[in-house]
Design a protein around this ligand. Structure first.
Ligand SMILES: NC(=O)C1=CN([C@@H]2O[C@H](COP(=O)(O)OP(=O)(O)OC[C@H]3O[C@@H](n4cnc5c(N)ncnc54)[C@H](O)[C@@H]3O)[C@@H](O)[C@H]2O)[C@@H](O)CC1
Ligand SMILES: Nc1ncnc2c1ncn2[C@@H]1O[C@H](COP(=O)(O)OP(=O)(O)OP(=O)(O)O)[C@@H](O)[C@H]1O
Ligand SMILES: [Mg+2]
Length: 378
């Protein structure tokens, strides 16, 4: 099918597109070429509802195939593989108030196909999270201010970091923030964990209270090419105010997102909303596959777990065994596109089944089936 001035794009395109700002550098053109190549070589599937063309600073780029991205990066279920090879994810979050959020993130990662999913949370939250599921490995090691005496804080925070460090380098991706809360002592420990993960070059998805933390200390992520921020409407607004000192501009959302990412040193940002917009300062991608009209809490938590798994898989895909011409793809963008589309597909199926009663738990139950329809296990 020919779109946008004559590019040939293979089937399977579904409401996902790549945009560009004014940059026309050869690196950028190359990235777009590679995305088209990646998509064109995946299994064709002709669901072309809502083909769109989006303009950003006068240059329009053809749509990419989000399902094609999922098919490419999802590892085959090879019988020779051992436990852990399909991904080890950790969530830093879970406190007295919130136990659902870290659970949704961690269990979604498993349901999509990760082998191991850990949760590092406070002691109060740990027993509750364990009781939701025996599949999760739960570490009750975080502390809030109320449980630590002033004179013990330094020792306790060193102990917490040491405990997390024992595990960190085993993880393919960590998610910081779902249900973390905003206790200052806890947030300081989370900052230490983020710095350490960065030193070890471990990808970090930052969501919810992790975004609150980062918004108040942008240096925690500035220039980290392995960080993904996943703000919802309010979290994005706060980030914009802090970093660009301005309000949301609905007339030029793509360019504003690209600028925000650029100002934070090219950090990948997935802006959630009616349409998900994704940018790493070079490109802007939009995913608008229809999901569900239900806005029950917890869907963002599923998304962060989903992005974590797909980012790990995309990194492996990009780093090993593929033609060198594809190695300049940004795996974090591929992970965001894949995570966003899968959540939307699962949300749609859950809504068709449960209508107004649709809850986040129902959406989770459709993650496997939705992935199976795109990338069958056998
Ligand atoms: N079951 C659970 O344990 C859940 C816990 N959660 C946790 O709750 C904590 C706070 O997260 P919040 O997301 O509430 O963050 P905030 O406390 O920053 O609240 C965001 C606010 O924005 C509002 N809002 C959302 N979308 C909007 C839109 N489109 N237009 C206008 N206003 C909008 C919400 O109603 C909410 O009042 C985090 O730790 C998060 O992970 C949530 O993830 C939801 C599920
Ligand atoms: N108005 C909308 N129409 C369609 N999809 C939406 C809409 N708003 C959000 N979504 C989708 O729902 C998912 C979760 O986004 P949301 O804004 O609810 O995150 P969140 O507030 O962080 O959720 P959580 O309750 O888990 O914290 C995203 O993938 C997004 O695409
Ligand atoms: Mg959220």
């Amino acid at each position: 099918m020919k779109i946008n001035g004559g590019f040939d794009v293979a089937g399977g395109i579904e409401n996902c597109m790549w945009l560009s700002s004014s940059s026309t550098s050869s690196a950028l053109r190359r990235q777009h070429f590679l995305i088209r190549t990646l998509c064109a070589s995946s299994t064709p599937q002709t669901s072309h509802n809502q083909m769109e063309r989006v303009h950003c600073a006068s240059i329009s780029i053809p749509e990419a195939d989000a399902e094609g991205v999922i098919r490419k990066i999802t590892p085959v279920l090879d019988r020779t593989r051992h436990k852990g090879q399909a991904g080890r994810i950790a969530v830093i979050g879970g406190c007295r108030e919130y136990t659902g959020a870290p659970y949704f993130t961690a269990i979604s990662a498993l349901k999509i196909g990760a082998d191991l999913s850990h949760v590092f949370c406070t002691k109060d939250a740990a027993t509750v999270i364990k009781s939701y599921s025996p599949e999760l490995i739960v570490h009750p090691i975080l502390e809030e201010s109320y449980s630590v005496r002033e004179d013990e804080r330094e020792t306790v925070s060193s102990y917490i970091l040491a405990e997390v460090r024992k595990w960190l380098e085993r993880f393919d991706c960590i998610v910081v923030g779902p249900g973390l809360g905003r206790d200052p002592f806890l947030l300081n420990c989370a900052s230490d964990i983020m710095r350490h993960a960065r030193q070890l070059s471990i990808p970090i998805v930052i969501d919810a209270d992790g975004l609150y933390l980062v918004t108040n200390n942008i240096d925690l992520v500035r220039g980290n090419s392995l960080a993904v921020l996943t703000p919802n409407v309010m979290e994005y607004k706060r980030l914009l105010e802090k970093v660009l000192n301005c309000d949301v501009n609905n007339d030029n959302q793509s360019e504003q997102l690209r600028l925000l990412s650029q100002k934070i040193g090219g950090v990948t940002i997935l802006r959630k909303g009616k349409e998900d917009l994704i940018s790493d300062a070079k490109t802007v991608t939009k995913v608008s596959t229809f999901g569900s009209p239900r806005r029950c809490g917890g869907q963002g938590d599923i998304l962060s777990g989903s992005v974590a798994v797909f980012t790990s898989w995309a990194r492996r895909y990009v780093m090993s065994g593929i033609p060198s011409s594809e190695t300049s793809l940004n795996p974090l963008i591929l992970g965001c596109v894949a995570g966003s589309v899968l959540l939307r597909k699962a949300a749609l199926r859950a809504f068709l089944s449960k209508k107004r009663a649709t809850l986040t738990t129902d959406i989770m139950e459709f993650l496997g089936q939705s992935l199976e329809e795109i990338s069958p296990a056998e």
